[in-house]
Write a protein that binds this ligand. Structure first.
Ligand code: IVH
Length: 674
């Protein structure tokens, strides 16, 4: 019953209450119960069927052959067990196609004499919905196949020659919405005060299943063909990979990452590699589909009532889960920015326990229409900060009030202000304790003055005790008082004292970063430090002079000038100077930008450079030096004991790896030609 209910929500109403992974788990549980208790299983059990009922909005279409589901696994062991079964049952030559499992919705496209005559959704697997008019508006789906010959009706070529034209061919594939299109659509929906979509798959489904095809036409949908269905006339195929090549040559889009591999080791490697790289794609995938390539072997293997035996879906660990939104709170950052965030009933998602997730700003909360008490979809992809994608509106308790942004700072009680044309709201009270703690913590953080042992909780303790009122107070800390605090052993106090002392010599750019000047980040600070060479010169410069520095611009220029124009800030600067904090920066030696725009990754230990120096040298020449290798990486510099994951990734992506000598040459002359 429960599964029936979720089937309907997913397949018929496009308004699911569970994430896919949760649904799969539910069906998996039932299948297990049925296996263990065969007398409980019935013909009408959801485990024997594919989808939900058929909706009444679109005309029903009976599929020529059922559109089956796939057996799924979430473990490599099970995947390999499936493969070994294939190898036992099949002939000796087991080649597999490995395909990305696109997270969209399955479509069946019927072409007669090369023309698209019918497009249908999967529906319950036997009968889908006629969405021809809507699909006709999707430019990624050709109205006519390119068959390299006449496509006239009655064309009477022999059936089995390769160049022949099928009189009827059914193409199956996945309709999906690229991530960029999804973000853009949600932005537009938000602006129009319309409901936002929870994920790209929902957006694709919602965009397709429109009464008015003009709405579908306005949505950016794409399609990957992955399977031939019915075929009358035309070429004959012996391998799945041939059908993919044929579909490609006929003008259908076939995913470029499909690989034909031999042996289970390579299947395993394909799955692992894409699980790592899934976020390099501009569409969402939720796993890998592995298919036996030989079509004769497929027929021998056959199907169960629900799924073919010759294919399996390896599903990645889910990055989306549902949970309850307990509350929405607002945090105050170091610039006073008030950021709403979701307090969640904890869930494990994307491999981590998530109990807080950002909601970005007031407009985002409104656009997503999330309310405390909602069941929400939470996503955590890779290293990205967890995000609330949206509420499951079907599960909203009745009468749940809309959430409204507070008008007062939750910490100091002063007004929160949102200026015209800005999306962010600010607590404008400079001495708001929340801002103080955030600003001082930031000043002491690694990217700024790097004061060890002065983390957020310590700062909060010191602010509360009245020891710290601004960043300059760090250099006048009353260490005797600190020593009197509980938990502060003599050695801890000495460590902190040393760290504070050491930080005075940090480079000018770090000091600039530490001042929490709005819009001024690490790059802008580097540029200003290099150009002006001294904090006093920066403080004396006009907004125009600051803005004229290449890469700085007006917003930062105005913000920096504004900061130094405030007497209170001048006082802090003077106190930092009196404390002996370094104000001098590197002289403005104009370094030729021989590496402009390149992304160069450094890994391992170099003998003549520290990591910081190497990265600074790259940045001074216009390059970026991120921590991970992606397809945008131009070069990897490897020292002693390099990161093996980085090297493997570089090798896989064909990114060149060079040593320290080549690195120094690079700094001189830029990227070599070959
Ligand atoms: S083959 C009988 N290949 O995953 C085999 N499916 O539960 C039919 N999907 O309904 C599916 N990418 O919507 C196949 N490369 C791919 C796929 C794929 C995504 C979807 C499809 C199907 C579901 C399986």
């Amino acid at each position: 019953m429960l599964i029936e209910h979720h089937n309907e929500r997913y397949f018929v109403l496009d308004d699911p209450e569970l994430t896919d992974a949760e649904y799969d788990e539910l069906v998996g549980k039932l299948a297990r119960i049925e296996r263990e208790n065969p007398d409980l299983a019935s013909d009408s059990s959801p485990t024997g069927r594919v989808g939900g009922e058929v909706s009444t909005v679109f005309a029903p279409v009976r599929h020529a052959t059922p559109m089956m589901s796939l057996d799924k696994t979430t473990s490599y062991d099970e995947l390999l067990a499936w493969g070994r079964r294939m190898e036992r049952l099949g002939a000796a030559t087991l080649a597999y196609t490995c395909e990305l499992k696109i997270d969209g919705l399955a479509l069946s496209l019927l072409y007669e004499d090369g023309r698209l005559v019918k497009a249908a959704t999967r529906g319950d697997g036997d009968t889908g919905e006629d969405v021809t008019a809507n699909v006709a508006t999707v430019s990624a789906i050709p109205a006519e196949l390119f068959l390299g010959g006449s496509t006239q009706a009655g064309d009477s070529r022999t059936h089995s020659s390769k160049g022949a034209v099928p009189s009827r061919v059914e193409v199956r594939g996945e309709l999906y919405m690229p991530i960029a299109a999804f973000d853009e659509l949600n932005r537009r929906q938000g602006e129009a005060g319309a409901r936002q979509f929870i994920n790209p798959r929902n957006a694709a489904a919602g965009s397709l299943r429109q009464k008015d095809p003009a709405v579908t036409a306005g949505r950016d949908l794409a399609f990957w063909a992955y399977q031939l269905g019915a075929l009358d006339g035309g070429p004959s195929f012996t391998r799945h990979s041939e059908t993919l090549a044929w579909m490609r040559s006929a003008g259908l889009s076939v995913n470029p990452h499909i690989e034909l591999v031999e042996g289970l080791d390579l299947v395993d490697a394909y799955c692992r590699s894409w699980q790592e790289r899934r976020h390099t794609l501009d569409y969402e995938i939720d796993g890998v589909v592995v298919k036996v390539d030989d079509l004769a072997e497929r027929s021998e293997l056959g199907s169960t009532s629900r799924a073919p035996r010759w294919a399996i879906a390896y599903k990645f660990p889910p990055e989306e889960k549902t949970t309850r939104l307990v509350d929405i709170m607002v945090s105050i950052g170091r610039t006073g920015k008030a950021t709403p965030f979701a307090v969640l009933e904890p869930v494990i998602v994307g491999g981590a326990r998530v109990s807080l997730a950002t909601l970005h700003n007031q407009d985002q909360v409104r656009a997503k229409d999330v309310r405390p008490g909602d069941t929400v979809v939470v996503r955590r992809a890779g290293d990205v900060i967890p995000e609330v994608r949206g509420p499951l509106s079907a599960l909203r308790p009745e009468g749940l009030p809309e959430w409204s942004f507070p008008t007062r700072c939750p910490v100091c009680g002063e007004s929160l202000v949102r200026s015209d044309g800005e999306s962010d709201t600010f607590c404008v009270n400079e001495s708001c304790p929340a801002q103080l703690v955030a600003r001082i913590t930031h000043f002491a953080s690694r990217g700024a003055m790097d004061i060890e042992h002065l983390g957020e909780s310590t700062v909060r303790q010191f602010v509360r005790a009245g020891l710290l009122g601004d960043v300059a107070d760090i250099y006048g800390l009353d260490f005797e008082r600190v020593a009197s605090f509980e938990g502060w052993a003599a050695i801890s106090v000495v460590n902190l004292q040393t760290a504070v002392e050491t930080s005075k010599a940090r480079p000018l750019a770090n000091l600039l970063v530490g001042l929490s000047i709005r819009h001024l980040g690490a790059t802008g600070s580097q540029l200003l430090a290099r150009r002006f060479g001294h904090l006093d010169a920066i403080a004396a410069a006009s907004a125009e002079e600051l803005a004229s520095v290449e890469g700085v611009g007006q917003v930062i220029g105005a913000s920096v000038a504004g900061y130094f124009s405030l007497p209170a800030n001048r006082v802090v600067i003077d106190r930092l100077r009196d404390a002996g904090v370094n104000f001098a920066g590197p002289a403005d030696v104009l370094v030729p930008q021989v590496l402009a725009g390149l992304s160069i990754v450094v890994t391992g230990t170099l003998s003549r450079w520290t990591r910081e120096e190497a990265e600074a040298a790259l940045e001074a020449r216009g390059a970026r030096s991120p921590g991970s290798v992606t397809k945008r990486t131009a070069l990897v510099v490897a020292g002693r004991d390099p990161g093996s994951a980085k090297l493997a990734k570089a090798t896989e992506l064909g990114v060149r790896i060079v040593d320290e000598d080549a690195f120094e040459e690079l700094l001189e002359r830029g990227l070599p030609d070959t």
